[in-house]
Design a binder for this molecule. Structure first.
Ligand code: MSP
Length: 491
């Protein structure tokens, strides 16, 4: 097993505040929270950033629709997001809003560094801007003149813009990719983005002329605002004090892990590292791009009305169930599908009949046959060896972000206990007068308790409430049969 780092900075994308959160957003943030808890439990000091992207044009459109002043609108929605992460039990270190002064300070400092490097120039931009993507599109990227992701005709813009010399960094980026094969994961994404850098990457416009909402370009008298992606990426620095608390920023930068969805790798794996190189800062150690969820086989979209709200799922089934389902259903990095039916299936088969059942079985038997206490396991060697392979697989999986495999390792232990119970038949042993049978009963139950403790520990980062319930039940001075952790679902 790799030694645990002393400190770790984990980031998540900052989400637009133009609408309600959906399970896609929750997916990234929950994964980050699992890692934060996992590493913290091992003694690593972890900084987990989360936040919202407020300076986007699409937020302005949403405010207009809601008939609210933009600031008031973003304040309200940002508050709702923050509240939701609290309700979902996300243990973040700090929540950054890009309308905060500390962020503006960071952006100004960053801009100045890039400008000093000679990487900013003025030019005329003519292009097709999709507000949905907050990105310029080429004709090739359009279908029947429309952005295929947002089904809308992009705006034709002709503006005087500031440009960032992204193309200056092509060679440096390619070198970095080649020297650090794990910089972008999974492999397929790494190759995709490396090809983009090698073949298509050109300078980018980093300001907008006609907008009133956003961070003004330094020295432009407020005539131009900074392009939202250039501004938003800098949140990863402003939240750790860049521009306001240099000692803290130095302590935490570079990030060890930046989690993103596959839709935004161009920004995070090409533009962002180039921006950092230009500003004289190290690039993050790793960017991991996960896949997307569809819902019942369809793309999640407001217009289809199939957007799944994580808060509703959590209110209905609990936070742990949402966490388990999202991380178990697809392997992190691949695409997959969300379905309420499958969630309920997993709830019954894997949670109620898996961890829930094994805990009530064992606590029930310890209460009935042992009067609530287990003796220390008689053969310590056997106890210590228990589940070593699963434990190793678990750590390996957690450290490579293969959450579904970590869960597999835990469920393997659960299955082992259940199987052992079926073979040993403690209820028969309990009836026997033979000393050997009594001994076997005591040892078996003591072992089950040890394994359940271990299961509790392994589950802690992924299903914190369930893990706490398991640990509490199993470490009580007098163990009692517990109520089902996952009651039967109503139809
Ligand atoms: N504001 C930008 C990010 C700026 S980061 C400096 C943005 N915001 S977003 O609100 O559109 O959220 C994008 C992120 O949401 C994705 O990268 C991903 O993490 C998550 N997901 C959005 N849709 C998703 C799915 N259908 N499935 C899984 N995750 C998805 O882009």
């Amino acid at each position: 097993m790799k030694p645990f780092p002393e400190q770790m900075y984990i980031t998540t994308p900052i989400y637009y505040v133009n609408g309600a959160p959906h399970i896609g957003h929750a997916y990234t943030t929950i994964a980050a929270d699992v890692l934060k808890r996992y590493y913290s439990n091992q003694g690593t000091e972890v900084f987990l950033q989360i936040g919202v992207d407020e300076n986007a044009q699409k937020n302005v459109e949403a405010a207009e629709k809601a008939e609210l002043p933009v600031q008031e609108y973003v304040d309200t929605i940002a508050g709702e997001w923050r509240q939701m992460w609290g309700d979902l039990g996300i243990e973040y270190t700090d929540f950054i809003r890009t309308t905060e002064d500390r962020h503006t300070a960071a952006v100004n400092k960053f801009w100045a560094a890039v400008e000093a490097k000679g990487d900013i120039y003025k030019g005329e931009y003519v292009g097709l801007y999709c507000v949905g993507c907050e990105e310029y599109k080429t004709e090739l990227q359009l279908t029947d003149g429309k952005c295929p992701d947002h089904d809308r005709v992009p705006e034709e813009l002709r503006e005087e813009n500031y440009f960032f010399r992204l193309s200056n960094y092509r060679d440096a980026l390619l070198e970095h990719f080649d020297a650090h094969p794990d910089f972008v994961q999974p492999r397929s994404r790494r190759n995709e983005i490396r090809n983009y850098i090698a073949d298509h990457m050109a300078d980018v416009s980093i300001s907008r002329e006609s907008l009133e909402w956003g961070i003004p370009v330094p020295g432009s008298d407020g005539k131009d605002v900074i392009y939202v992606w250039f501004d938003a990426l800098i949140n990863y620095l402003s939240v750790i004090g860049y521009g306001t608390d240099d000692a803290m920023a130095e302590k935490w930068w570079p990030a060890q892990l930046q989690l993103v969805g596959k839709d935004i790798i161009k920004f995070h794996c090409a533009l962002w590292p180039a921006m950092l190189m230009s500003a004289g800062l190290p690039v993050p150690e790793k960017v991991f791009a996960h896949g997307h969820f569809t819902v019942d086989g369809q793309k999640m979209s407001k217009s289809l009305g199939n957007v799944v709200n994580p808060r509703e799922v959590s209110e209905r089934y609990g936070n742990d169930v949402l966490r388990y389902y999202l991380l178990r259903e697809i392997s992190f990095g691949n695409d997959g599908d969300y379905s309420d039916e499958r969630l309920r299936q997993r709830y019954t088969d894997e949670m109620a009949n898996g961890i829930g059942n094994v805990l009530s079985r064992v606590t029930n038997m310890v209460e009935r046959y042992m009067d609530g206490t287990v003796e220390p396991v008689l053969d310590p060697a056997a106890g210590e060896n228990y589940g070593k392979a699963e434990m190793a697989a678990y750590h390996e999986a957690m450290q490579s972000l293969a959450f579904h495999k970590a869960l597999d390792a835990i469920w393997k232990l659960i299955a082992d206990v259940n199987e052992h119970i079926e073979q040993t038949k403690p209820w028969t042993l309990a009836k026997s007068e033979e000393e050997a049978d009594q001994e076997r009963l005591r040892v078996s139950l003591a072992h089950y308790v040890v394994v359940l403790k271990q299961i509790g520990e392994m589950l802690t980062p992924i299903m914190p409430h369930t893990a706490a319930a398991v640990t509490e039940a199993i470490t009580a001075d007098k163990i009692e049969k517990v109520q089902p952790l996952f009651p039967r679902l109503e139809e």
